[in-house]
Design a binder for this molecule. Structure first.
Ligand code: SAM
Length: 262
């Protein structure tokens, strides 16, 4: 899928994006700030800056952040929050010279890319300390390739949508599943753990984003069909909840420096 096509999807999602995604935990932000400062990072390029949910708080903490995104719709929200340096572009061809920034950062972006290795290599090129990404590595006790019970909310929705005649997308796994695949295929130089805790979530939580048409795979589904599929999944899931270990970490890929310091 071209950057333009992805951008077009995110343009449509942008009005509902912030309301349908969990906010970044303060501890996660603190961890990112610490890891970047430890490496003397001041100038950051956030690739896939979206609505500025991370760029803005990083600016408030003294970083000089440039945000790049293919979607003007998403960046309009970032601008509305006060993010000033915004560039429209592709993650695969960054319009910057080698090592133009101290570091590049991806937050909730890698799983949306068709070709994460190319984007990471390009981000490494323009970041002196390499490319960083917020990731959610699995644990030894949670090796389920399709995300185990945590993905059941999403899967119930796709089953309901299939019953309505809309086949599920090729990639049914959520962001976490795809992220783990990426970490296996392109092992980072370092993985800095930011937080590790037990979390309980209702399985129906996954439905909010589908309901509000804030997911790329449902953009072409007629509203009445979408409503029926969500209602059916909601009945199936009831008030079931899942408890799991959520690990958040900052992965770093760098060809310039191979030594881990985190
Ligand atoms: C899931 S959003 C994450 C936004 C933000 N980082 C956050 O965590 O809130 C992914 C963003 O990456 C952008 N994106 C996806 N593929 C891209 C590409 N190839 N080039 C540039 N931006 C891209 C999308 O437009 C979207 O704004």
């Amino acid at each position: 899928m071209s950057t333009r096509a992805v951008a077009n999807d995110f343009d449509q999602i942008s009005p509902e994006y912030d309301a349908t995604r969990l906010p970044l935990e303060p501890a996660t932000l603190d961890g990112i700030v610490r890891a970047l400062r430890d490496r003397g990072v001041q100038r950051v390029l956030e690739v896939g800056v979206g609505t500025g949910r991370i760029a803005r708080p990083l600016e408030e903490r003294g970083f000089e952040v440039t945000g790049l995104d293919g979607s003007l719709g998403m960046m309009a929200h970032a601008r509305g929050k006060g993010v000033r340096r915004l560039v429209r572009g592709s993650a695969y061809r960054l319009p910057f010279r080698d090592q133009a920034f101290d570091a590049t950062l991806f937050v909730h972006v890698l799983h949306t890319l068709d070709d994460p290795p190319s984007a990471l290599s390009e981000a490494d090129r323009v970041g002196r300390e390499g490319a960083f990404a917020l990731v959610h590595p699995g644990t030894g006790s949670d090796p389920a390739p399709r995300g185990g019970e945590r993905e059941e909310g999403r899967r119930a929705f796709y089953r309901a949508l299939a019953r309505e005649g809309f086949p599920p997308p090729d990639r049914q796994g959520g962001p976490g599943v795809r992220e783990r695949l990426i970490l296996n295929i392109i092992p980072p130089n370092d993985v800095i753990t930011l937080s590790d805790r037990e979390v309980t979530e209702p399985l129906s939580q996954a439905l909010g984003m589908f309901e509000r048409r804030a997911n790329r795979h449902t953009l072409n589904v007629p509203p009445a069909t979408l409503e029926r599929a969500v209602a059916s999944a909601r009945v199936e899931l009831g008030d079931r909840a899942v408890t799991f270990r959520r690990i958040e970490a900052l992965a770093r890929w760098s060809r310039h420096s191979r030594t881990g310091r985190g």
